[in-house]
Ligand binder design. Structure first.
Ligand code: SF4
Length: 318
């Protein structure tokens, strides 16, 4: 029998069958003079991360396995996987077991092939919504479009998306867009066909702005955009917009490396709310809430329920 397991989330059936949400907007009971804690309508661990962690734990029960890359950007879940005996490798050369697990972020086909050719038993936890982005990009390339990915160039999901391509562009900031425009500037429309997808965890508003910016900079180009931002990311961002309207401070529970948690924090700040990202209740500071009547609470797609509940409990006791 392995070590005790962290309960990830209790919404598994509803999330898979219904709206994509890790949590619901349950309100905390309160006295009149208490600071109120208000939950976002959608928050916390998504089905893609949860399924990947479940698969990793099942595999560790069955025998030695190495996880290639970060399975999940949450320190509590990583600690749980370490305790269960899962090995970790950041390169193919570091894989020390026959069984290897690919993460929810996905990977290039050529890397899968390399692993199989090396005799590895490949278990694939790629999220279906990441696979959808891969398929969309492949189709655009097959249809003759030059591939453009909106996202962070160094993020593992983006590396996987472009990993089988000879030529592509990754764009996120204005310097990237300048380079893209320079590359195709002056060419006629029939020579410039851009096929755009996005990293699944980018804010959809920002993605749409970038697509419009590309259209503005290259008016002669044929630009085809396939929206590959995943629904759980959209749900959490949309719910945060609604939450921020009526709250004085926003707390985002998520590991420091969690891209979508960081984006939630940035979104709350862009809406004019003080916002703090914490990976556990131990990082909360009383002074953040000195003038707060209502605190909004949300969490990224890699944050398990017990960590969110711990933060919520701390806030309710304040
Ligand atoms: S954030 Fe979206 S794409 Fe990533 S694992 Fe979760 S559901 Fe899948």
């Amino acid at each position: 029998m392995g070590p005790p397991r962290l309960r990830l989330t209790k919404q598994s059936k509803r999330e898979r069958n219904g709206p994509s949400s890790g949590g619901t907007g349950r309100q905390a009971p309160r006295r009149e003079d208490d600071m109120q804690v208000r939950m976002a309508d959608h928050y916390g661990m998504c089905f893609g991360v949860r399924d990947a962690v479940d698969l990793a734990l099942r595999l560790t029960d069955a025998g030695p396995v190495t996880i290639l890359g970060d399975l999940v950007h949450n320190p509590d879940v990583v600690a749980q996987l370490d305790a269960a005996g899962a090995g970790r490798a950041s390169t193919l050369e570091e894989v020390g077991t026959r069984a290897v697990l690919l993460t929810a972020h996905g990977i290039a086909d050529r890397v899968k092939l390399q692993l199989r050719q090396a005799g590895r038993e490949v278990h694939d936890a790629t999220c279906p919504l990441v696979t959808r982005a891969h398929l969309a990009l492949k189709k655009l390339v097959a249809d003759g479009y030059f591939p453009v990915v909106i996202g962070q160039a160094r993020h593992v999901e983006v590396r996987g998306l472009v990993g089988d391509l000879d030529d592509y562009a990754i764009v996120l900031d204005s310097a990237d867009l300048d380079r893209l425009a320079d590359r195709f500037d002056g060419r006629t429309a029939e020579n410039v066909r851009l096929g755009i997808v996005s990293q699944t965890t980018q804010p959809i508003e920002k993605v749409r702005e970038i697509v419009e910016d590309i259209r503005r900079r290259l008016p002669a180009a044929e630009v085809r955009f396939v929206d590959t931002v995943c629904q759980p990311t959209k749900d959490r961002q949309e719910a945060l917009r609604a939450l921020a309207r009526d709250t004085d401070v926003v707390i985002v529970v998520g590991g420091p490396d969690s891209n979508n948690s960081r984006k939630l924090t940035e979104l709350a700040r862009s809406l004019g709310r003080p916002a703090y990202q914490v990976s556990s209740a131990g990082e909360l500071r009383r002074e953040w809430f000195a003038a707060a009547g209502v605190v909004g609470l949300t969490a990224g797609t890699s944050t398990p329920d017990p960590v969110i509940e711990e933060v919520r409990g701390w806030l309710e006791r304040l």
